[in-house]
Design a protein around this ligand. Structure first.
Ligand code: EZ4
Ligand code: CO
Length: 412
């Protein structure tokens, strides 16, 4: 099992995806997701120019060794570009190893610890009627847990609100809240913390009144609050029993969560922008969070995310693996195998990809009554249709950014 070919494939069916495809001398192929939303081509260059030449001729079976070699030999460690590239190699090698074994990947990770993975979807609306409608649509799709994001009075456009156009384009069945917009400049959104802090508890009160106490509800703050503001929000949401409050403070400062934790029993999730176990060292050890949000794609692959989650498991911290549409079906499939196998699975974020994406990436994972399962196909269970992929060339896209009323750039 020698790595014979390594191709970096960029395709943009509903949005940009970067995929690494490895082929061994005995004809096995493996796929890895290397999509870094809005900075895709940096990972393409990292892989093509610096990693692919190192892979050719290596033993495809040596996954841990290859991981350590790529991580340590670069000298410049960590960071989203490096770790997405390492992740793509890692997942492609796991895919190959599991295919060689004739087993779905979760079997190599210890076998199933559960029958399916509870998933949550993204309900959103500018106002309450739109939001309620979206929650109902998600329930019709089978979702048993739902993230709630709404507009804030006085703000034009903020993170997390799906446009009606995308709903209609997807006939209300598939939805695709895709914040990265194609164009030469990022879109500008606005932000006002005081309005937001006043508004959010009223939204959750209304949702609880409408949908009852049992439905697990989540909310994403997207790094926009200071520690004391986050503490206040967590406290004010306690009556509505959130499953989690996500990314309440900017992710760089692990210590910020100490203050939040001292003031609220609302469970905390963080880490979609983290990329190594070092980003979790303090918050796990001090038990400042309840869920780990890193994805397989951005945190060094199955090998490294499993290490993060094993570390977290010692502190009763569970997985909440990032699963927006900018994680490709390859990254999603890898997450499902890992989630099925580990003991400390919490919940899986699941935004359904568009139909064109599903044509490019042929998947074996299943969605049934609110639960995901990676399927039984050997490997990770995803194959890339290169003809389909070739129909959709890369298109430049940027995530939006925020400005306050006085023009100051704020966390988005
Ligand atoms: O904004 O993946 O919890 N999910 C999220 C996502 C992120 C996007 C950024 O590329 O916060 O929607
Ligand atoms: Co998030």
């Amino acid at each position: 099992m020698i790595i014979d070919r390594a191709e970096v494939i960029v395709t943009s069916p509903d949005r940009n995806f970067v995929t690494l495809k490895l082929t061994t001398d005995d004809g096995l192929t493996g796929l890895g997701d290397a999509t870094l939303n809005g900075r895709e081509l940096a990972v393409v260059a990292y892989l093509r120019d610096h990693v692919v030449p190192l892979l050719l001729g290596r033993d495809a079976g040596r996954i841990e060794d290859t991981w350590q070699f790529l991580y340590r030999s670069a000298y410049w460690r960590r960071g989203p570009v490096t770790m997405a590239a390492v992740a793509a190699v890692d997942v492609a090698l796991w895919d190959i190893k599991a295919k060689a074994a004739g087993m779905p990947l979760y079997q190599l990770l210890g076998g199933a610890s559960r029958t399916g993975l509870l998933a949550y979807g993204h309900a959103s609306g500018q106002d309450l009627p739109e939001l309620f409608d979206s929650v109902r649509k998600h329930q019709e799709l089978g979702y048993k847990a739902i993230r709630i994001q709404t507009g804030v009075p006085g703000l034009k456009s903020i993170y997390g609100i799906a446009s009606n156009a995308t709903f209609e384009a997807n006939a209300g069945v598939r939805y695709d809240h895709e914040p990265a917009q194609r164009g030469p400049q990022p879109a500008e959104e606005d932000w006002d913390t005081r309005s937001y802090l006043r508004h959010v508890p009223t939204v959750f009160e209304a949702v609880r009144n409408e949908f009852g106490p049992a439905l697990p509800l989540l909310h994403d703050v997207h790094h926009r609050l200071s520690p004391i503001q986050a503490a206040r929000l967590g406290k004010s949401l306690e009556p509505y029993d959130l499953f989690w409050l996500e990314d309440c403070t900017p992710a760089e400062n692990q210590e910020a969560l100490r203050l939040v934790r001292q003031h609220t029993t609302t469970p905390l999730a963080i880490g979609e922008v983290f990329n190594t176990v070092w980003d979790y060292q303090q918050i796990v050890r001090e038990q400042l969070i309840d869920y780990v949000r890193s994805s397989v794609t951005h945190a060094g692959g199955v090998t490294h995310l499993k290490k993060i989650l094993d570390y977290a498991s010692q502190y009763q911290i569970k997985s909440g693996i990032h699963g927006p549409t900018d994680i490709s079906p390859v990254g999603m499939a890898a997450a499902l195998h890992l989630g099925l196998a580990i003991h400390n699975f919490g919940i899986q974020e699941y935004m359904m990809h568009g139909e064109r994406t599903d044509q490019v990436f042929r998947q074996s994972f299943t969605w049934s009554d609110g639960f995901l399962h990676p399927g039984e196909r050997p490997g990770i269970g995803v194959e890339l249709d290169t003809d389909e992929a070739g129909k959709y060339p890369y298109l430049q896209a940027y995530l939006p950014y925020n400005r306050l009323a006085d023009g100051t750039v704020h966390d988005w």
